[in-house]
Ligand binder design. Structure first.
Ligand SMILES: N[C@@H](CCC(=O)N[C@@H](CS)C(=O)NCC(=O)O)C(=O)O
Length: 217
């Protein structure tokens, strides 16, 4: 591990997008300085003008490496492959890499945005009560996971794509954490369930887990 590859991570402990990146960092053994950004305190620290300079989208995670600042978990994980090649999260083979990105996107654009804090806060401001909000979230999570399950039946062995770690595993593990938080269990998705059973006890995943962060509550 080289100090020149030390990064700063702007993260919130239970943010699934932050969890994806933390898994990647831990798998690669990169040195990280953790900066907590509390999504609820002070009206949301992601919405401060200081943080807007880091990520104008007002989301965590963001990464700083020297003068280079980057947000979006997929872009960050891709960048980490350049800092530390092993394990490679985006495979060299173009078709395998595209498949990994497809799985990530099912989660990144097909599930997570529909459970995002700002979306739920907006639904609440429109008068949707907590019970209906919860039904909304669970509906999209279940639909999305069913599609991920179908895809993983074709692509997985011990991991989402074959038997090696890829970014797809980082996305799946993090999504499973937040799905459970929103009341959706994984038992209805046998392939997902099997992969999680295999991967969730890995030391890097435990290190990256929301319960084990400096800002965990
Ligand atoms: N596609 C983005 C998603 C980032 C994202 O939505 N982060 C959430 C936490 S998981 C967030 O910061 N939400 C802030 C808000 O809703 O105000 C990524 O992969 O980084």
């Amino acid at each position: 591990m080289s100090a020149k590859n030390k990064v700063i991570l702007y993260s919130y402990y239970r943010s699934s997008a932050s969890y994806r990146v933390r898994i990647g960092l831990a798998l690669k053994g990169l040195e990280v300085e953790y900066h907590g950004v509390h999504l609820l305190k002070d009206g949301g620290q992601q919405r401060t003008s200081d943080y807007a300079q880091i990520n104008p989208m007002l989301h965590v995670p963001s990464l700083r490496h020297g003068d280079f600042v980057l947000s979006e978990s997929m872009a960050i994980l891709k960048y980490l492959d350049h800092l530390e090649a092993s394990p490679r999260l985006f495979p060299e083979d173009s078709q395998v890499e595209a498949r990994v990105i497809q799985i990530c996107e099912f989660i990144n654009s097909g599930i997570q945005p529909l459970q995002n804090l700002k979306v739920l806060q907006h639904l609440e401001s429109l008068g949707l009560d907590k019970k209906v909000q919860s039904e909304w979230t669970q509906h999209w999570i279940r639909k999305g996971l069913a599609s991920v399950e179908t895809l993983l039946k074709e692509t997985s062995k011990s991991h989402c794509v074959g038997a090696d770690w890829t970014a797809a595993d980082c996305f799946l593990i993090a999504q499973a954490f937040s799905s459970r938080r929103f009341g959706v269990e994984m038992d209805s998705y046998p392939t997902i369930h099997k992969i999680l059973n295999h991967l969730e006890s890995h030391p890097a995943v435990l290190k990256a887990h929301p319960d084990n962060q400096p800002d965990s509550e």
